[in-house]
Design a protein around this ligand. Sequence first.
Ligand SMILES: NC(=O)c1ccc[n+]([C@@H]2O[C@H](COP(=O)([O-])OP(=O)(O)OC[C@H]3O[C@@H](n4cnc5c(N)ncnc54)[C@H](OP(=O)(O)O)[C@@H]3O)[C@@H](O)[C@H]2O)c1
Length: 257
Amino acid sequence: MKTSWNLKDRKAFVTGGSKGIGKATVIEFLELEADVLFSARNEDEIQNLEKELKKEFPNSFIKGIKADVTSKADRQKAFNWIESNFQKLDILVNNAGINIRKSALEYNEEEYRKILEINLIAPFEVSRILYPLLQKSQNASVVNVGSVAGSQDVNSGLPYAMSKGGINQQTRSFAVEWAEDNIRVNTVSPWYTKTPLTEAVFENKEKLERILLRTPLGRIAKAAEMASVIAFLAMDKSSYLTGQNITVDGGMSVSVF
Ligand SMILES: NC(=O)c1ccc[n+]([C@@H]2O[C@H](COP(=O)([O-])OP(=O)(O)OC[C@H]3O[C@@H](n4cnc5c(N)ncnc54)[C@H](OP(=O)(O)O)[C@@H]3O)[C@@H](O)[C@H]2O)c1
């Protein structure tokens, strides 16, 4: 098998690709010459990004579709699109995620179920429905976007932590079940990264100062710094790496200060 530091002709699907880490991943993949489909819920944002990227990458294939990862019909729509246009899937990035931050007793049932539905159950269902197309690749990589909140308490809400802890084990178990199909499955776990999801967190200057003090590299990550790790896991250069959780945290988890 010829391996190289690019994603030339690899067919990729990124959920939640219109903003933040997902958008940075779509751009990284296009720079590495993959053919990319991304999904999100906001139609205008999808159209605008697709247009912008078509201009920026005139020789690459880029397409956005409106599909909610929690909708069975939308997951089927994504499957149908990929089957008709790509015929197979080499790379799946389960990135779409949300958070609602409050203390455990304050959540109502609808709120915590929504977090678990988007962050934990949807990646399970998206991975399962796309399995036949990943199998067809004979050399596929699934990257789940977790969080440091899945391995330790970072005061970002208990349901979010549960969902990301669950993703870590979902990754390990899929990695073992699907190894015989040469489908690798890994998690990338970011610490605080500048995206629309965390805008409100950083507006709280006291909180921002505490985050920076807890981070040996002394700064918030850029979305592109998550995308490059996702891309490494997506390419053949990581061909013996599966079932792992790569923590991308500026040293936070190895420091007690
Ligand atoms: N930013 C951080 O500091 C940080 C840290 C740790 C982990 N993470 C994880 O990284 C991932 C991306 O986070 P982010 O910060 O980039 O978030 P973001 O800026 O809010 O972007 C989230 C993306 O997901 C899409 N999305 C949300 N719900 C969806 C659904 N039900 N179906 C389809 N698409 C959906 C959004 O578009 P629409 O709203 O149009 O659907 C958007 O494209 C998440 O899994 C998050 O938990 C982020």
